[in-house]
Design a protein around this ligand. Structure first.
Ligand code: SF4
Length: 383
């Protein structure tokens, strides 16, 4: 397996002193300006990447050791009312084979996951209006009662505040809502006109206010993305201070308007993972399935670049191949136990271990004091 640094960047740039200085500043907790982030990303070389990864590993080691947290992913509905241009389960994809899991089936997934050592369940789905908020709240309550030592993460898209509140009161601990891109023009390029960057960001601030551990994130290499957009994403994350950040390479899906677009690259995704660890030391950072899809050792490289979470699938095998946000997704045929065993082995080989732990964000205090972000949350919350 290649070292992550061997994959990254341009050898001619090697270790330019100005770029090394920017990395040092990030690693010492200083914020960088937009233009500095752009120079850092565009100027990456294998040597610079390795220095980022080394610092990222040191920081992660000092907070989480060599532990990697597993999240049991339950993809319980692939119906969605939205039409995001990059997504394989968008409403407009008439070829998608749709399914919904029942409450019993979801609880069964949790039971299998609990026995396998998972202590976090991630309930993920499209924005499916068939599940009223009260049904989701009931489901959360049941999981909370039946598996009290497990964290419940929801990933159900944009909802009104009252739904987020209902689910939080029912026992949901965390919420994942990738912002996809902080730049509003780029957001409009990736989404239909009825969706807006502002509403997405508003939801993230509401979730934070309600005391969730919140995850945002973005695709790397999505159509129309520039380095400036990535710098804006990093600045937003620097300000927003999420507990989790999910990033993965954009991978096209054949039945979307972006079917012919180029995928995001391994090298840029790894470099950004490393930078994210420097920017947000405590953050929970998954080495995503998409990373494992573009490279057979992508998830290991992700962990070596600073990630500390993996998200194997607990959904029944019968529906796995139907939840395809992008083409060629890995692990659609393996049982949950096989996935856990496989990931254990992969991590073991690079000196990390998959732990039986809820894996909460270090230092997180629900509804605790937060710094005032320069992105002005009030501007979003008042919308
Ligand atoms: S990305 Fe999410 S909201 Fe958009 S179409 Fe896909 S499942 Fe629906």
């Amino acid at each position: 397996m290649k070292n992550p640094a061997e994959i990254n960047g341009r050898p001619d740039l090697a270790l330019a002193p100005e770029l090394t200085d920017l990395v040092e500043r990030l690693a010492s907790g200083q914020a960088l300006e937009r233009e500095e982030l752009i120079r850092l990303i565009d100027g990456r070389s294998p040597e610079l990447a390795e220095s980022v990864f080394q610092k990222a590993r040191q920081i992660r080691q000092s907070i989480y050791g060599t532990d990697v947290f597993a999240r049991g992913l339950i993809e319980f509905t692939n119906y969605c009312k939205n039409d995001c241009y990059y997504c394989g389960i968008r409403a407009g994809n008439a070829k998608a084979d749709r399914y919904r899991l029942t409450t019993e089936e979801i609880l069964q997934c949790c039971e299998i996951g609990r026995d396998l050592g998972f202590r976090t369940f991630v309930l993920q789905g499209g924005e499916d209006p068939t599940y009223p908020p009260t049904i989701i709240a009931d489901l959360v309550r049941k999981i909370d009662r039946q598996f009290p030592d497990c964290a419940i993460t929801l990933s159900l898209g944009e909802r009104p505040r009252k739904d987020f509140q209902l689910w939080r009161e029912a026992g949901a601990d965390r919420y994942l809502l990738r912002h996809e891109t902080y730049n509003s023009d780029h957001y409009a390029f990736l989404h239909p006109p009825n969706m807006s960057r502002d509403n997405r960001i508003r939801c993230l601030y509401v979730l934070k206010e309600l005391g969730y551990q919140v995850g945002c994130g973005f695709m790397v290499g999505s159509p129309g993305q520039t380095t400036a957009h990535l710098a804006e994403d990093l600045l937003f994350i620097q300000d927003f201070k999420p507990q989790m950040v999910g990033i993965g390479p954009f991978i096209p899906h054949q039945n979307t308007p972006f079917a012919k677009e180029k995928p995001g690259t391994l090298d840029l995704t790894l470099f950004l993972l490393g930078l994210l660890r420097l920017i947000a030391p405590n953050v929970l950072l998954p080495a995503t399935t998409a990373l494992g899809t573009i490279s057979p050792t992508g998830r290991e490289l992700g962990v070596q670049a600073g990630a500390n979470v993996v998200m194997p699938n607990l959904s029944p095998i019968s529906v796995r191949s139907k939840y395809l946000l992008y083409d060629n997704k890995i692990c659609v045929g393996e049982e949950a136990a096989e996935c856990r065993f496989c990931l254990n082995n992969r991590l073991d080989k690079i000196g990390y271990q998959l732990v039986v732990d809820r894996g909460d964000c270090a230092g997180f205090v629900a509804n605790g004091a937060r710094s005032v972000p320069t992105t002005n949350p009030e501007a979003f919350l008042s919308q």
